[in-house]
Ligand binder design. Sequence first.
Ligand SMILES: [Zn+2]
Length: 367
Amino acid sequence: MTVSFPYSKNVNFPERYISPEKLFSYLQENYSDQIKEIGKSSLGKPIYMLTLGNGKTRVAGWSQMHGNESTATLAMLDLLQIFEKHPELKEKLFSLIQLDFIFMLNPDGSETWSRRNAYDIDLNRDFIRNSSTEMRILKSVVLNGNYNYLLNLHDQRTIFTTDGSHPATLSFLASSENVERDVTENRKKSMAVISAIYMQMKHILPNRIAKYTDEFYPTSSGDNFMKSGIPSILFEGGFYENDLDRNKTREFYTHALYYALKAMSVLKGDTLSYETYFDIPQNRESHFDLIYRNVKLNTEFECIMDIAVQYREILDENSKLTYQPYVIEVGDLNHKKGWKEIDCTDKKFVSVKKFPKLDSLVDFVIE
Ligand SMILES: [Zn+2]
Protein backbone atom coordinates (compact mmCIF):
# COMPACT_ATOMS: atom_id res chain seq x y z
CA MET A 1 0.00 0.00 0.00
CA THR A 2 1.28 3.48 -0.78
CA VAL A 3 1.40 5.91 2.10
CA SER A 4 0.09 9.32 1.19
CA PHE A 5 2.69 12.02 0.81
CA PRO A 6 2.85 14.20 3.96
CA TYR A 7 2.46 17.57 2.27
CA SER A 8 2.91 20.78 4.20
CA LYS A 9 3.70 24.27 3.03
CA ASN A 10 7.06 25.88 3.81
CA VAL A 11 5.88 28.47 6.33
CA ASN A 12 8.68 30.87 5.46
CA PHE A 13 7.21 31.38 1.99
CA PRO A 14 3.44 31.76 2.33
CA GLU A 15 2.97 33.83 -0.84
CA ARG A 16 3.21 33.26 -4.54
CA TYR A 17 5.64 36.14 -5.00
CA ILE A 18 9.15 35.42 -3.72
CA SER A 19 11.59 38.24 -3.25
CA PRO A 20 15.00 37.09 -4.51
CA GLU A 21 16.75 38.57 -1.45
CA LYS A 22 14.48 36.61 0.86
CA LEU A 23 15.16 33.39 -1.02
CA PHE A 24 18.91 34.01 -1.02
CA SER A 25 19.09 34.62 2.72
CA TYR A 26 16.91 31.58 3.41
CA LEU A 27 19.26 29.38 1.38
CA GLN A 28 22.35 30.91 2.99
CA GLU A 29 20.98 30.49 6.49
CA ASN A 30 19.70 26.93 6.10
CA TYR A 31 21.70 25.27 3.34
CA SER A 32 25.02 27.10 3.31
CA ASP A 33 27.07 23.94 2.86
CA GLN A 34 24.89 22.63 0.03
CA ILE A 35 24.58 25.76 -2.11
CA LYS A 36 26.95 27.18 -4.63
CA GLU A 37 26.78 30.41 -6.60
CA ILE A 38 26.97 29.36 -10.24
CA GLY A 39 26.99 32.86 -11.69
CA LYS A 40 25.33 36.23 -11.68
CA SER A 41 22.26 37.55 -13.47
CA SER A 42 22.26 40.46 -15.93
CA LEU A 43 21.84 42.88 -13.02
CA GLY A 44 24.40 41.11 -10.84
CA LYS A 45 22.15 39.03 -8.61
CA PRO A 46 23.54 35.66 -7.55
CA ILE A 47 22.16 32.46 -9.07
CA TYR A 48 22.30 29.57 -6.62
CA MET A 49 22.40 25.84 -7.12
CA LEU A 50 21.55 23.50 -4.29
CA THR A 51 22.95 19.95 -4.32
CA LEU A 52 21.18 17.10 -2.54
CA GLY A 53 22.39 13.52 -2.36
CA ASN A 54 25.28 11.65 -3.91
CA GLY A 55 23.60 8.88 -5.85
CA LYS A 56 24.52 7.59 -9.28
CA THR A 57 21.56 9.00 -11.17
CA ARG A 58 22.32 12.64 -11.78
CA VAL A 59 19.45 15.10 -12.11
CA ALA A 60 19.51 18.85 -12.76
CA GLY A 61 16.47 21.08 -12.36
CA TRP A 62 15.86 24.80 -12.63
CA SER A 63 13.01 27.07 -11.59
CA GLN A 64 11.91 30.58 -12.54
CA MET A 65 13.64 30.71 -15.89
CA HIS A 66 10.50 32.81 -16.38
CA GLY A 67 10.40 35.23 -13.46
CA ASN A 68 6.62 35.24 -13.07
CA GLU A 69 6.43 31.45 -12.68
CA SER A 70 7.23 30.81 -9.03
CA THR A 71 5.33 27.57 -8.33
CA ALA A 72 8.35 25.32 -8.91
CA THR A 73 10.53 27.42 -6.58
CA LEU A 74 7.84 27.18 -3.90
CA ALA A 75 7.40 23.44 -4.49
CA MET A 76 11.13 22.88 -4.03
CA LEU A 77 11.09 24.98 -0.84
CA ASP A 78 8.13 22.94 0.39
CA LEU A 79 9.93 19.71 -0.46
CA LEU A 80 13.04 20.80 1.46
CA GLN A 81 10.99 21.45 4.57
CA ILE A 82 9.07 18.17 4.18
CA PHE A 83 12.42 16.34 3.98
CA GLU A 84 13.49 18.02 7.24
CA LYS A 85 10.33 16.79 8.95
CA HIS A 86 10.38 13.35 7.38
CA PRO A 87 14.02 12.36 6.86
CA GLU A 88 12.92 8.83 5.94
CA LEU A 89 11.58 10.24 2.66
CA LYS A 90 14.93 11.57 1.57
CA GLU A 91 17.42 9.02 2.85
CA LYS A 92 16.87 6.27 0.30
CA LEU A 93 16.05 8.68 -2.49
CA PHE A 94 19.25 10.66 -2.16
CA SER A 95 21.41 7.59 -1.86
CA LEU A 96 20.21 6.78 -5.38
CA ILE A 97 20.20 10.20 -7.00
CA GLN A 98 22.04 13.48 -6.92
CA LEU A 99 19.87 16.52 -7.53
CA ASP A 100 21.41 19.83 -8.58
CA PHE A 101 18.62 22.37 -8.29
CA ILE A 102 19.05 25.88 -9.68
CA PHE A 103 16.74 28.20 -7.78
CA MET A 104 15.42 31.18 -9.72
CA LEU A 105 17.51 31.11 -12.88
CA ASN A 106 16.12 34.56 -13.72
CA PRO A 107 16.26 36.52 -10.45
CA ASP A 108 15.91 39.90 -12.20
CA GLY A 109 12.62 38.89 -13.81
CA SER A 110 11.55 37.21 -10.57
CA GLU A 111 12.08 40.44 -8.65
CA THR A 112 9.71 42.38 -10.93
CA TRP A 113 7.36 39.44 -11.65
CA SER A 114 8.12 39.42 -15.34
CA ARG A 115 8.61 36.52 -17.69
CA ARG A 116 11.76 37.88 -19.32
CA ASN A 117 15.16 38.87 -17.98
CA ALA A 118 16.39 42.43 -17.33
CA TYR A 119 17.09 42.90 -21.09
CA ASP A 120 13.64 41.60 -22.06
CA ILE A 121 15.09 38.35 -23.38
CA ASP A 122 12.90 35.28 -23.04
CA LEU A 123 15.46 32.81 -21.68
CA ASN A 124 13.45 29.91 -23.01
CA ARG A 125 13.97 31.16 -26.57
CA ASP A 126 17.66 31.92 -26.14
CA PHE A 127 19.26 28.50 -26.34
CA ILE A 128 20.83 28.95 -29.77
CA ARG A 129 21.52 32.67 -29.73
CA ASN A 130 22.95 32.76 -26.20
CA SER A 131 22.28 36.48 -25.77
CA SER A 132 21.61 36.23 -22.06
CA THR A 133 24.10 35.61 -19.31
CA GLU A 134 21.50 33.43 -17.56
CA MET A 135 21.22 30.99 -20.49
CA ARG A 136 24.99 30.73 -20.74
CA ILE A 137 25.13 29.84 -17.03
CA LEU A 138 22.41 27.19 -17.42
CA LYS A 139 24.07 25.62 -20.43
CA SER A 140 27.48 25.52 -18.84
CA VAL A 141 26.08 23.73 -15.78
CA VAL A 142 23.86 21.31 -17.67
CA LEU A 143 26.09 20.44 -20.61
CA ASN A 144 29.12 19.80 -18.38
CA GLY A 145 27.33 17.89 -15.64
CA ASN A 146 26.86 14.37 -17.03
CA TYR A 147 23.18 14.44 -16.15
CA ASN A 148 20.79 11.55 -16.67
CA TYR A 149 17.66 13.67 -16.42
CA LEU A 150 16.62 17.32 -16.50
CA LEU A 151 13.66 19.06 -14.90
CA ASN A 152 12.62 22.19 -16.77
CA LEU A 153 10.10 23.79 -14.43
CA HIS A 154 7.44 26.31 -15.45
CA ASP A 155 3.92 27.63 -14.93
CA GLN A 156 1.24 27.91 -17.61
CA ARG A 157 -1.73 30.22 -18.10
CA THR A 158 -5.21 29.60 -16.70
CA ILE A 159 -6.63 29.02 -20.20
CA PHE A 160 -5.74 25.33 -20.41
CA THR A 161 -7.98 22.41 -19.55
CA THR A 162 -7.59 18.66 -19.85
CA ASP A 163 -11.02 18.03 -21.35
CA GLY A 164 -12.78 21.34 -21.90
CA SER A 165 -14.06 21.53 -18.34
CA HIS A 166 -11.36 20.61 -15.79
CA PRO A 167 -8.30 22.83 -15.46
CA ALA A 168 -4.88 21.52 -16.47
CA THR A 169 -3.45 21.97 -12.97
CA LEU A 170 -0.32 20.11 -14.01
CA SER A 171 0.89 19.52 -17.53
CA PHE A 172 3.98 17.58 -18.50
CA LEU A 173 5.99 17.15 -21.64
CA ALA A 174 8.68 14.87 -22.95
CA SER A 175 10.00 17.58 -25.28
CA SER A 176 10.48 16.81 -28.95
CA GLU A 177 13.96 16.88 -30.37
CA ASN A 178 12.97 17.42 -33.98
CA VAL A 179 10.15 18.87 -36.06
CA GLU A 180 8.91 15.37 -36.84
CA ARG A 181 8.33 14.85 -33.10
CA ASP A 182 9.93 11.41 -33.33
CA VAL A 183 9.50 9.22 -30.27
CA THR A 184 13.23 8.76 -29.65
CA GLU A 185 14.91 6.74 -26.88
CA ASN A 186 15.50 9.91 -24.86
CA ARG A 187 11.88 10.93 -25.19
CA LYS A 188 10.83 7.47 -24.06
CA LYS A 189 13.00 7.85 -20.95
CA SER A 190 11.25 11.14 -20.15
CA MET A 191 7.86 9.66 -20.96
CA ALA A 192 8.51 6.81 -18.52
CA VAL A 193 9.11 9.31 -15.70
CA ILE A 194 5.99 11.30 -16.62
CA SER A 195 3.97 8.07 -16.80
CA ALA A 196 5.11 7.18 -13.27
CA ILE A 197 4.09 10.62 -11.96
CA TYR A 198 0.74 10.28 -13.71
CA MET A 199 0.07 6.84 -12.23
CA GLN A 200 0.90 8.15 -8.74
CA MET A 201 -1.19 11.29 -9.06
CA LYS A 202 -4.20 10.62 -11.24
CA HIS A 203 -6.27 9.62 -8.20
CA ILE A 204 -5.30 12.57 -6.02
CA LEU A 205 -5.66 15.06 -8.88
CA PRO A 206 -8.33 13.46 -11.07
CA ASN A 207 -8.98 14.91 -14.53
CA ARG A 208 -6.49 17.71 -13.99
CA ILE A 209 -3.25 16.33 -15.43
CA ALA A 210 -2.42 16.92 -19.08
CA LYS A 211 0.32 16.80 -21.68
CA TYR A 212 1.76 20.04 -23.03
CA THR A 213 1.97 20.34 -26.81
CA ASP A 214 4.97 18.47 -28.24
CA GLU A 215 5.41 20.90 -31.10
CA PHE A 216 9.17 21.40 -31.61
CA TYR A 217 10.43 24.83 -30.52
CA PRO A 218 13.80 25.26 -32.24
CA THR A 219 15.20 27.81 -29.76
CA SER A 220 13.82 26.56 -26.45
CA SER A 221 15.78 24.84 -23.70
CA GLY A 222 13.87 21.59 -23.17
CA ASP A 223 13.85 20.71 -26.85
CA ASN A 224 17.53 21.50 -27.29
CA PHE A 225 18.71 19.73 -24.16
CA MET A 226 16.73 16.71 -25.34
CA LYS A 227 18.42 17.05 -28.72
CA SER A 228 21.81 17.20 -26.99
CA GLY A 229 21.06 13.75 -25.55
CA ILE A 230 19.67 14.40 -22.06
CA PRO A 231 16.12 13.23 -21.26
CA SER A 232 14.26 16.40 -20.28
CA ILE A 233 10.94 16.76 -18.56
CA LEU A 234 8.87 19.90 -18.70
CA PHE A 235 6.53 20.72 -15.82
CA GLU A 236 3.81 23.33 -16.20
CA GLY A 237 1.84 24.37 -13.13
CA GLY A 238 -1.59 25.65 -14.09
CA PHE A 239 -4.93 26.68 -12.68
CA TYR A 240 -7.05 24.95 -10.06
CA GLU A 241 -10.65 26.01 -9.47
CA ASN A 242 -10.99 29.15 -7.32
CA ASP A 243 -7.26 29.30 -6.77
CA LEU A 244 -5.72 32.26 -8.60
CA ASP A 245 -2.91 32.29 -6.01
CA ARG A 246 -2.04 28.73 -7.00
CA ASN A 247 -1.91 27.28 -3.49
CA LYS A 248 -3.49 24.00 -4.61
CA THR A 249 -1.27 23.95 -7.67
CA ARG A 250 1.78 24.42 -5.45
CA GLU A 251 0.73 21.46 -3.34
CA PHE A 252 0.30 19.16 -6.33
CA TYR A 253 3.47 20.47 -7.95
CA THR A 254 5.39 19.46 -4.81
CA HIS A 255 3.91 15.97 -5.03
CA ALA A 256 4.87 15.76 -8.70
CA LEU A 257 8.43 16.87 -8.05
CA TYR A 258 8.84 14.21 -5.39
CA TYR A 259 7.34 11.47 -7.58
CA ALA A 260 9.55 12.54 -10.48
CA LEU A 261 12.70 12.18 -8.39
CA LYS A 262 11.49 8.87 -7.04
CA ALA A 263 10.72 7.56 -10.51
CA MET A 264 14.16 8.63 -11.76
CA SER A 265 15.83 6.86 -8.82
CA VAL A 266 14.02 3.64 -9.72
CA LEU A 267 13.97 3.81 -13.52
CA LYS A 268 17.62 4.91 -13.93
CA GLY A 269 17.05 5.53 -17.62
CA ASP A 270 14.70 2.61 -18.21
CA THR A 271 11.75 3.24 -20.52
CA LEU A 272 9.36 0.99 -18.57
CA SER A 273 5.67 1.75 -19.20
CA TYR A 274 6.46 4.83 -21.27
CA GLU A 275 3.34 4.08 -23.37
CA THR A 276 1.12 5.30 -20.52
CA TYR A 277 2.23 8.79 -21.55
CA PHE A 278 -0.03 8.54 -24.58
CA ASP A 279 -3.09 8.02 -22.33
CA ILE A 280 -2.59 11.43 -20.70
CA PRO A 281 -5.00 13.98 -22.20
CA GLN A 282 -3.65 16.82 -24.30
CA ASN A 283 -3.80 20.44 -23.04
CA ARG A 284 -6.83 22.21 -24.54
CA GLU A 285 -7.16 25.95 -24.77
CA SER A 286 -10.78 26.41 -23.79
CA HIS A 287 -11.20 28.86 -20.93
CA PHE A 288 -11.05 32.49 -19.93
CA ASP A 289 -10.92 33.64 -16.31
CA LEU A 290 -14.31 35.31 -16.58
CA ILE A 291 -17.00 35.69 -19.24
CA TYR A 292 -19.82 38.20 -19.13
CA ARG A 293 -22.54 36.64 -21.28
CA ASN A 294 -25.14 38.49 -23.35
CA VAL A 295 -24.09 42.02 -22.55
CA LYS A 296 -26.31 44.60 -24.26
CA LEU A 297 -24.44 47.79 -25.11
CA ASN A 298 -26.08 51.23 -24.98
CA THR A 299 -26.06 51.68 -28.72
CA GLU A 300 -28.84 52.99 -30.97
CA PHE A 301 -28.78 49.71 -32.86
CA GLU A 302 -28.95 46.39 -31.05
CA CYS A 303 -25.57 45.03 -30.02
CA ILE A 304 -25.36 42.02 -27.70
CA MET A 305 -21.99 40.42 -27.03
CA ASP A 306 -19.97 38.25 -24.68
CA ILE A 307 -16.99 39.82 -22.96
CA ALA A 308 -14.00 37.69 -21.88
CA VAL A 309 -11.69 38.80 -19.11
CA GLN A 310 -8.26 37.55 -18.07
CA TYR A 311 -6.53 38.59 -14.86
CA ARG A 312 -3.11 40.14 -15.34
CA GLU A 313 -0.72 39.54 -12.50
CA ILE A 314 0.78 42.84 -11.45
CA LEU A 315 3.10 43.51 -8.55
CA ASP A 316 2.00 46.56 -6.56
CA GLU A 317 4.29 49.06 -4.83
CA ASN A 318 4.32 46.90 -1.67
CA SER A 319 5.47 43.84 -3.63
CA LYS A 320 2.04 42.24 -3.35
CA LEU A 321 0.76 40.34 -6.32
CA THR A 322 -2.54 41.73 -7.60
CA TYR A 323 -4.90 40.33 -10.23
CA GLN A 324 -6.15 43.03 -12.62
CA PRO A 325 -9.10 42.21 -14.90
CA TYR A 326 -8.45 42.99 -18.59
CA VAL A 327 -10.85 42.70 -21.51
CA ILE A 328 -9.22 40.13 -23.72
CA GLU A 329 -11.92 39.17 -26.24
CA VAL A 330 -15.41 40.28 -27.19
CA GLY A 331 -18.11 38.96 -29.52
CA ASP A 332 -19.53 35.50 -29.88
CA LEU A 333 -17.78 33.35 -27.27
CA ASN A 334 -20.19 30.44 -27.29
CA HIS A 335 -17.36 28.08 -28.17
CA LYS A 336 -15.46 29.15 -25.04
CA LYS A 337 -16.04 28.82 -21.31
CA GLY A 338 -15.18 30.95 -18.29
CA TRP A 339 -13.98 29.77 -14.90
CA LYS A 340 -16.63 32.21 -13.82
CA GLU A 341 -19.57 33.24 -15.99
CA ILE A 342 -22.04 36.04 -15.38
CA ASP A 343 -25.26 36.15 -17.38
CA CYS A 344 -26.08 39.77 -18.15
CA THR A 345 -29.42 39.26 -19.91
CA ASP A 346 -31.83 42.14 -19.01
CA LYS A 347 -29.03 43.97 -17.19
CA LYS A 348 -27.41 47.29 -17.97
CA PHE A 349 -23.89 47.91 -19.22
CA VAL A 350 -22.67 51.02 -17.39
CA SER A 351 -19.46 52.64 -18.57
CA VAL A 352 -18.03 55.96 -19.68
CA LYS A 353 -17.02 54.15 -22.85
CA LYS A 354 -19.47 53.04 -25.56
CA PHE A 355 -18.01 49.56 -25.62
CA PRO A 356 -15.49 47.42 -23.68
CA LYS A 357 -12.19 48.15 -25.34
CA LEU A 358 -9.83 45.25 -26.00
CA ASP A 359 -6.68 45.02 -23.87
CA SER A 360 -7.98 47.58 -21.41
CA LEU A 361 -8.74 47.29 -17.73
CA VAL A 362 -12.36 46.44 -16.97
CA ASP A 363 -13.92 49.83 -16.23
CA PHE A 364 -17.59 48.96 -16.70
CA VAL A 365 -20.18 47.60 -14.30
CA ILE A 366 -23.19 45.45 -15.01
CA GLU A 367 -26.32 46.44 -13.09
ZN1 LIG B 1 7.69 29.31 -18.49
